[in-house]
Structures are given as structure tokens and as C-alpha cells.
Design a protein around this ligand. Structure first.
Ligand code: DX5
Ligand code: ZN
Length: 219
């Protein structure tokens, strides 16, 4: 299966968000990764529903919304209404994860679960079949532009093994510090989707950078 690239608009120019979304539309990007931060679950605040709605107005790609917020159940329907196609919640933010996943699917979205760097893959053993996407955080969530945590490779291999053993069709997404230096090794370990923020948006030629990253991921 083709490996996917999901540029994170956290690193985009918010004063020119229409321009940057249109750039992604014409690029080889598969998904648009959208980071929502509440200043409680993570020590940063990004943006919320009105901004996502504005992006949706221009976006022609799958909207992959990553919630770094406490108690995400409160907003599932609202994120659907502003345009989320995939809604990812943090394992660490959900007391009743199974219920949250069912609610996301009932609202008509694909359900994702993100794991912080310190959270082991094994916590997903009993719920893996209910998850469309696992997002392995390869940095501590909250900020773009951080360095990739090397322990991630081991977690990707463990997760791939869990998915195969359980017969699930869950996709593996990697989020944080992804560059042309680690893309190939991540895919070799079992990754299906690579999120890239600063590597894409700080590049001189983002379209070319996305194309190269996608080629590397599929080589
Ligand atoms: C971090 C976010 C990431 C971030 C990735 O909390 O979840 O999606 O935007 O940015 P880079 O690729 O710059 O590490
Ligand atoms: Zn993210």
C-alpha cells in the first residue's frame, strides 16, 4: 500500500493559510494534519474550530485532526461539523477510550489514538481492533520543530506486530521530527503515514519537499 504524507499546518503561515492550504492541494500530500492544543493537556495553545472550518473551505485533502486536549468527548460532533475526516484523541486524555472511539465512528469519522513518547504500545492491546489509526508521538506533543526521539522505531515495530497478530487493519502514523533522515527507516519499521511540519513548511520549496519525502517513504 502507498505510504502517505500528512503535512502539519502547525508550521504553516497562519496569516496566509488559504495560500498554504492551496499549496498542499496541488502537492503530493495525502492528508492535512491539524494540531489542536488546549494549553492544559499540552503547554501550548494552537487554534480551534473556526480556523479548522476556514481551512476546510479550501482543503481538497483528507483532514486529519490531532486533538491534544483534555476530555475530547465534549467536542466530537463539533469537530465533525467543521470538517474533520479523521479524529485522533490521546490515550492519556481518555478515561473511557473504547467509548470515545465508538462516539467518533458514530459521528462519521475515522477514529485515531495518539500515544505520548512514554506510553507503551501494550496499552492498546484490548482496543486495537477498534482503532483506524494509531499516532505514535515521536516528540513530546505541544510544539513543532523538536528533535525526533529514536526509541520510536522500536515502538513502530511493536505496534506493527500487535496489529498483525490481532488481524486489525489499523494504520500507523508517526508525528514529530520527521525528515528525509528518518522517513525511510520509519516506513521500513512499519509506518504508513508520516506527519511533517517544519520539514515541509520551513523548506524553500515545500511542494518539492513533499514530493521527495513521499518518494523516500515509498522507496
Ligand atoms: C506536535 C504536533 C506535531 C507537529 C509536528 O505536538 O502534534 O504534529 O506539528 O511538527 P514537526 O514536524 O515540526 O515536528
Ligand atoms: Zn500532530
Amino acid at each position: 500500500m502507498t505510504k502517505l504524507i500528512a503535512p502539519s499546518v502547525l508550521a504553516a503561515d497562519f496569516a496566509n493559510i488559504q495560500r498554504d492550504i492551496e499549496m498542499l492541494n496541488t502537492s503530493e500530500a495525502d492528508w492535512i494534519h491539524i494540531d489542536v492544543m488546549d494549553g492544559v493537556f499540552v503547554p501550548n495553545i494552537s487554534f480551534g474550530m473556526p480556523v479548522i472550518k476556514a481551512m476546510k473551505h479550501h482543503a481538497k485533502k483528507t483532514m486529519d485532526v490531532h486533538l491534544m486536549i483534555v476530555d475530547p468527548d465534549r467536542y466530537i460532533e463539533t469537530f465533525k461539523s467543521v470538517g474533520a475526516d479523521i479524529l485522533t484523541v490521546h490515550y492519556e486524555a481518555c478515561t473511557h477510550l473504547h467509548r470515545t472511539l465508538q462516539a467518533i465512528k458514530a459521528a462519521g469519522m475515522q477514529a485515531g489514538v495518539a500515544l505520548n513518547p512514554h506510553t507503551p504500545i501494550s496499552v492498546l492491546e484490548d482496543v486495537i481492533k477498534d482503532i483506524d489509526l494509531v499516532c505514535i508521538m515521536s516528540v513530546n506533543p505541544g510544539f513543532g520543530g523538536q528533535s525526533f526521539i529514536e526509541n520510536t522505531y522500536k515502538k513502530v515495530i511493536q505496534l506493527k506486530d500487535l496489529i498483525e497478530k490481532s488481524g486489525a487493519s489499523t494504520k500507523i502514523e508517526i508525528d514529530g521530527g520527521v525528515t528525509d533522515k528518518n522517513a525511510h527507516q520509519l516506513v521500513a519499521a512499519g509506518a504508513d503515514v508520516l506527519v511533517a511540519g517544519s520539514f515541509v513548511f520551513k523548506a524553500e520549496n515545500p511542494i518539492e519537499t513533499i514530493k521527495n519525502l513521499k518518494a523516500l517513504a515509498n522507496s
